[in-house]
Design a protein around this ligand. Structure first.
Ligand SMILES: [Zn+2]
Ligand SMILES: [Zn+2]
Length: 234
């Protein structure tokens, strides 16, 4: 009786149906095998900024990274921001569906685990402006960071870095506008005290935001900076 009751509570708290089609899913991921197999993987992509590329190019680095290298070392974004990833991200970000964030976080973690990258000393979520945080109630980048911090056993710091001004959505701006839009948007309250940081966001829409944050950290003495995001827009 007690066992059945616990089983019922567990299945309620951890649904085992696929978040995309409703079929039976693995408990670890909440996706069924066919939906997982059909996910839009971000390959080929720029080896530096993870920009989706139509073809694998010699050297593997996009034109933008060649002419203006970003302030971070590399960006890991295993999925492309297109259906059904856009559905997962929008639900996670704007509709309070934190369970969808768990799926994105697990997919990102799986990619990180497969890459065998140097482990950072600290995970820092891309901060939201306090006004936007009040409206949304949570920072989706922090929710992903919590999962990654737990899985990878890397310390999480969501207090040292702040977004000090709101910025219009990057997607609506050209490249020059995007860089200007985020300039001076972040501030460090205190030194991070480490040499290697991973910045985490749900989606990298333009490299300008994470590049600005990474540049600020470099000025504060951080030597190695990775960017981890579930998805990357073209
Ligand atoms: Zn499915
Ligand atoms: Zn690039």
């Amino acid at each position: 009786m007690v066992y059945n009751c616990l089983k019922y509570i567990r299945s309620f708290v951890y649904p085992t149906t696929c978040v995309l089609c409703g079929a039976e899913a693995t408990r670890e991921l909440d996706l069924c095998a066919p939906c997982r197999k059909a996910l839009p993987l971000n390959t080929p992509c720029c080896r530096k900024c993870a920009l989706p590329l139509p073809l694998d190019i010699p050297g593997g680095v996009c034109g933008s990274c060649l002419t203006t290298p970003p302030a971070y070392d590399l960006c890991i974004a295993p999925l492309r921001y297109q259906p059904p990833i856009d559905y997962l991200v929008r639900g996670f970000k704007f509709q309070q569906k934190l369970g969808l964030g768990k799926v994105l976080g697990e997919l990102l973690w799986t990619e990180l685990a497969n890459r065998h990258l140097d482990r950072p000393e600290l995970i820092v979520p891309v901060p939201l402006h306090p006004e936007r945080l009040r409206q949304r109630g949570y920072n989706q980048a922090l929710e992903l960071s919590r999962l990654l911090s737990k899985r990878l056993q890397v310390q999480l710091d969501y207090r040292s870095c702040a977004r000090i001004r709101t910025t219009p959505h990057q997607a609506a701006l050209g490249k020059t506008g995007r860089v200007a839009n985020v300039r001076g948007a972040f501030r460090l309250h205190q030194p991070l005290g480490v040499q290697h940081v991973a910045l985490v966001d749900d989606v990298v829409t333009t490299a300008a935001t994470v590049s600005e944050l990474a540049a600020m950290m470099r000025r504060a003495g951080v030597e190695h900076i990775q960017v981890w995001a579930a998805a990357r827009t073209p």
